[in-house]
Design a protein around this ligand. Structure first.
Ligand code: PEP
Ligand code: MG
Length: 554
């Protein structure tokens, strides 16, 4: 439950802070300076457009310049700053939200389309203000719920624990990285909410991540219901998850390894405090691109050493940078499906080598494994191994200490890797199964697109057969395999994985207790039998029903 804070574009979150009376004059000047700067920029653009494409196109800019002269807009913002004692960004946000809604109510298509001009000018004003002085993240309103078209995972990360209690976006899906990040931060989130345009900054909202609901202006009765639910959830979380320490055994005493997935280095503390036996997946790209610029090698060594020390002896699997899905685009859609993971790293060797050098240099601080994402050919794998050897050579020359025996593994997350994992086995030390991408590419469903999410189904016979095949191909090789996709984080689908023979899972921290509980409550033998039965079934629904009946003993 909280206050909506609309994000204008994914890079900009306006802050709300109260001004002291003596700051108001300065704030109004700051706003007017931004208007002036925007006007000058637009005049320059207009002149250039006029030179290049003639007077017709330069008129387009007139619409923007007119907004900057519009008293309804500029004077209302000044008035808000003066009477409500709020900062320029928040005042712009509130006035423009009202005007945008008025545009939406218009019957005239042409005029309605002009809302784009207003959005554009607002974005320019906000950025020009931002360049002058970055407000502190501490200035977000208490209990903020971020809403907008898209929120990149990096932004969510930057804002973590800064009073954010919820997130709702028009794009994305429960499997996009922003959603995964929100889950590890335990922020309720609804992704792919169809239309949030009528929500203004400052409105009261409830985001129900369990049911996928965004409730706008809830009634007192609904508020009370959610207050009660919140209290119940808190109690449930406090309840011990059934001996957090000690090995994780099924009812028939089969040992299952349960690791934790982390997305940023600070999570290591929580993982260690909860007695997680390993970090099965550390997605390093979020920390790598955190500052919006490339980190240098020494600071990476420091970060990775910090993670290893924080893990207190538990092995950490560092996945090398996997850019792609939501790192490269703000639109919530993956425009560049192919240039991901290892492919990106091989195309950007400087970046790759820098990260590998840092990993090796940090390796003296604790057990680590290096995991290569998005691998589809043995040639890529060989190329990666060559780079690894080069890096070790460089470190030898520079006389840096490192662990020469760090295990190197690959993610099985492309159909090509699933089909050829046995061939890859002699080139690697271990495997991780990335069901998020594997299902995406197997069932041809963009995991960042909410509109096809109902088709994303881990119980699909094609997926069961694929996983069964991977297990069968790898078993004779003796190479360890951990399943680290979200399929392992939901008890029924995780039970299917056990049934198919996988005895090592790694899940996000929020899911850790429930998966641990599930493992301790099931019989491995019974799940193996169940897998034999579901592999013969035709429809995902039948499979899911059968699995649920076994796991929940209904
Ligand atoms: C996966 O694809 O299943 C996975 C674990 O990696 P990510 O979610 O980062 O793509
Ligand atoms: Mg993946």
């Amino acid at each position: 439950m909280g206050t909506a804070v609309r994000m204008f574009d994914p890079l900009f979150v306006p802050f709300n802070f109260k001004l002291q009376p003596d700051q108001i004059r300065v704030e109004v000047d700051r706003f007017r300076a931004s208007v002036e700067k925007s006007r000058e920029q637009l005049k320059r653009v207009q002149a250039e457009l006029g030179r290049k494409s003639g007077p017709e196109s330069s008129f387009l800019i007139d619409a923007h310049l007119l907004v900057l002269q519009d008293r309804l807009f500029v004077d209302r913002i000044v008035e808000k700053i003066e009477t409500e004692h709020i900062n320029s960004e928040w005042a712009i946000q509130q006035v423009s939200d009202d005007l945008l809604q008025a545009y939406d109510r218009l019957n005239d298509d042409y005029l309605r389309e002009r809302r784009g001009d207003l959005e554009d000018i607002v974005r320019r004003l906000l950025h020009n203000l931002q360049l002058k002085r970055m407000p502190s993240f501490k200035k977000l309103p208490y209990d903020s719920i971020l809403i907008g078209k898209a929120v990149p995972p990096s932004t969510l990360f930057e804002l973590r624990s800064r009073r954010i209690v919820g997130l709702a976006t028009e794009t994305g899906s429960p499997l996009s990285h922003t959603a995964i990040m929100a889950r590890s931060l335990e922020i309720p989130a609804v992704m792919g909410a169809s239309d949030l345009s009528h929500v203004s900054s400052g409105d009261l909202l409830i985001v129900d991540g369990n049911r996928g609901l965004v409730i706008w202006s809830p009634s007192e009765e609904t508020l009370e219901e959610y207050r009660n639910r919140g209290r119940d959830e808190k109690k449930l979380r406090k309840k011990p998850s059934g001996s957090a320490s000690g090995p994780c055994l099924t009812e028939d005493r089969v040992r299952i390894s349960l690791g934790a997935n982390i997305n940023f280095s600070e999570e290591i503390k929580t993982a260690a405090a909860n007695g997680c036996e390993s970090i099965g997946l550390y997605r390093t790209e979020f920390d790598f691109f955190r500052e919006g610029k490339q980190p240098d090698e020494n600071s990476l060594v420091e970060d990775y050493s910090h993670v290893l020390k924080g893990a207190k002896g538990a092995p950490v699997t560092f996945r090398t940078i996997d850019v792609g899905i939501d790192q490269k685009t703000w639109e919530g859609v993956n425009l560049n499906l192919g240039a991901r993971g290892l492919r990106f790293c091989l195309e950007n060797k400087d970046v790759f080598k820098k990260q590998l050098r840092a990993l090796y240099r940090a390796s003296t601080n604790g057990p680590m494994r290096i995991l290569l994402p998005f691998v589809s050919t043995i040639d890529d794998l060989d190329a990666a191994r060559e780079v690894l050897a080069e890096v070790r050579g460089e470190l030898d020359l520079r006389r840096h200490a490192y662990d020469p025996g760090i295990p190197v593994g690959v993610m099985i997350e492309t159909p090509a890797a699933a089909q050829t994992c046995d061939l890859m086995a002699s080139h690697v030390d271990f495997f991780c199964l990335g069901t998020n991408d594997l299902i995406q590419y197997y069932l041809v469903i963009d995991r960042s697109d909410q509109s096809v999410m109902h088709l994303y189904n881990p119980f699909h016979p094609a997926i069961l057969r694929c996983l069964h095949q991977v297990y069968t191909l790898l078993q004779p090789t003796g190479k360890p395999i951990t399943v680290c996709g979200e399929m392992a984080a939901d008890p029924p689908s995780a039970a299917v994985l056990l049934g198919l023979g996988f005895t090592s899972l790694s899940v996000n921290l929020a899911a850790y207790p429930r998966i641990r509980r599930m493992i301790r409550s099931v019989s491995f033998g019974q799940l193996r039998e169940l897998a034999g039965q579901i592999l013969k079934m035709q429809k995902p629904n039948e499979v899911e029903e059968k699995v649920r009946a076994t796991v929940y003993r209904t």
